[in-house]
Ligand binder design. Structure first.
Ligand SMILES: [Zn+2]
Length: 350
């Protein structure tokens, strides 16, 4: 960790918060980021990862993907889907997010902008859900999906598989959620035991949020970023940027791991049981990103989805495996504006 290499640009943003409901009645929000001038290009929907919120796309003190998109003239909409820590917690599955939240958010953006198409930039389970919605044919308005970290195939480190299939069965009787914020609070019982065990295991730093995020979402020291990729300010900020992740999701991830691809828990409403068996029901192009050193999903996960998509539409899609990065640092890294965002913006323009 070192000092920031850049400072936040002097652009002033206005954040318009739009409250709306998914088509099953779940309340969600969209943050429409307005720059100093009207956007020249169409809407880009940013979809956050599991246990995080829309604000993950703009850490303090670094040049963010939001800065880059607004500067390039894109119309930026940040979604808080039902797993956001800015919303009331509920035990979601990817079926809910892919079947309800993403399609409803896309329709909301189309209705509010009048745009003929929408592009998605998504991370982690937001990227998996967006990919699932796209291949199920639920978001025909979307013509590009930039999916970071995960899409249709979970390929997990061995230690994550052990946690997912063994430890999950022990913990889920005691709480409906793993809460990354257990790292900070005055918990008792299973929360305190988990937190203390995690802190003993993760000696790489003394940031409890960083330790718990490694425990909850991967296997590594740390799992989701390399410390040298973050500024001290971003590392501190992460303490409050993670929240609850429900066991309902972990159960689906365990079933998906056994199936070798993401599967629906309750296939209905247009969702298939398995997402990577049939040809994709979409004309959208996928640009898949992975950190070469990811310890959440391994980079082989994105390679598997790329191979599946290319079998059906050769030459349409792209795969970027970024050296020197793990997972969330593709968005919150201090040099992401140099190493990652130009590639993502080029994919939006292609
Ligand atoms: Zn740390």
């Amino acid at each position: 960790m070192t000092a920031p290499t850049t400072v936040t640009p002097a652009v002033r943003y206005r954040n318009e918060v739009h409250f709306f409901t998914a088509d099953d009645g779940t309340p969600l929000t969209l943050i429409h980021v307005r720059g100093e001038s009207e956007p020249a290009k169409g809407p880009v929907l940013l979809v956050h990862g599991a246990g995080m919120r829309a604000e993950m796309f703009r850490p303090p003190g670094v040049r963010s993907i939001v800065d880059e998109l607004v500067a390039a003239g894109w119309d930026v909409w940040m979604l808080n889907w039902r797993g956001s820590l800015d919303l009331d917690p509920l035990p979601w599955t990817l079926d809910d997010v892919a079947g309800h939240d993403i399609p409803s958010a896309v329709r909301e953006v189309v209705a509010r902008t009048g745009a003929g198409s929408v592009k998605i930039v998504a991370h982690c389970q937001g990227a998996a859900a967006s990919s699932m919605a796209a291949v199920a044919g639920l978001i025909p308005e979307v013509d590009v999906v930039v999916a970071s970290g995960a899409s249709l195939h979970p390929v997990l480190p061995r230690a994550t598989k052990a946690k997912l299939h063994v430890l999950r069965r022990v913990l889920h009787h005691r709480s409906p959620y793993i809460d990354v914020a257990w790292g900070d609070g005055p918990e008792r019982g299973v929360a305190l035991l988990t937190r203390n065990a995690v802190r003993l295991w993760h000696t790489e730093c003394r940031n409890p949020g960083c330790n718990m995020a490694s425990f909850a979402l991967g296997s590594g020291h740390p799992a989701l970023w390399k410390h040298e990729n973050l500024t001290d300010a971003t590392h501190d900020w992460l303490r409050t940027e993670f929240g609850k992740i429900p066991f309902s999701f972990y159960a689906q991830l365990a079933a998906s791991d056994r199936a070798g691809q993401f599967v629906a828990v309750h296939p209905a409403n247009g969702l298939p049981r398995r997402f990577a068996d049939a040809p994709p029901k979409t004309d959208a192009r996928f640009a898949l990103f992975a950190g070469a050193e990811s310890r959440a999903f391994l980079p082989e996960a994105q390679k598997a989805t790329f191979d599946h998509l290319e079998r059906h539409h050769p030459g349409r899609n792209a795969l970027h495996v970024i050296p020197g990065y793990r997972y969330t640092d593709l968005f919150i890294g201090k040099r992401a504006h140099v190493d990652v965002f130009p590639l993502m913006l080029a994919e939006l323009e292609r």
